[in-house]
Design a protein around this ligand. Sequence first.
Ligand SMILES: [Zn+2]
Length: 290
Amino acid sequence: MLNSIALIGGTHGNETSGIQLITNWLNTGLPERFESLNVTCALANMAAIEANQRFLDEDLNRQFTAEKLAADNPAREAQLAKKLNAKYGPKGHSATDFFIDIHNTTSNMGATLIVLEADDFNTKLARFVKHVMPEANILVEDEKSFVEHGYFCTVGKKGVMIEVGAQPQGVLREDVYQLTLTMAEAILDFCVAWNARSQELANLPPCEAFRLGHEVKFPLDENGKRKAMIHHSLQDQDFTPLLPGAPIFRGFDGTDFVWEDDNETYPHFINEAAYHKLDVAFATAERISF
Ligand SMILES: [Zn+2]
């Protein structure tokens, strides 16, 4: 039974879809069909939202490991994380049964549901969302345990992220907003069905999903400067199979770098603006049945 649900936007202050959706639902209330649910809507990082920046000092969505929550770090997001953990958690003994955190990406990932566990709840959620929203992508990040992640959504007993793009940072696109709204409603419809112990959930067939592999970095020269950019044939091709030998980068000298792995992969977070400073070009994934 999901007795308390948190629906959060503005964990990153320049990801406008969730900020706008939460603002709208705080003004109007949730759609009537969700009235049986106890949903707390809130914006996470008001200072970053006002600054229209991802964060002020440090990435809030990496602060929620046990180590970081216990550390004495003066960074504003580290301090905020402690307050948010006290309010919605505390992590590991949470007052929140299910935590939904809404994000945007500059990558062309469409509406992506990120789940962190492959248990009964998360597989049924993924199957339900994919069933009512076939255009959705399911991304499974279970390379470590739920509590080991530093994501804000892990302060809940269960937690997922909505990740929608492509949208430039600080910009509100209507099409991306609609995808965000549709996925948020699909997840809340699932919560209603879960609480009603709907037989429909047990009958949903396995769905396509993508299991996170690893990050691929941009090629750098001996001074740490980039030698290449995302190849035009890879740009915007998130979750499209990338085949061995296919170009991934175009060097500034005109030479191409190709995918040298023996296997195809499903790239995503391709050219994500927030990962620019980290020199992350994209992440790989394996296509699975979930
Ligand atoms: Zn984000």
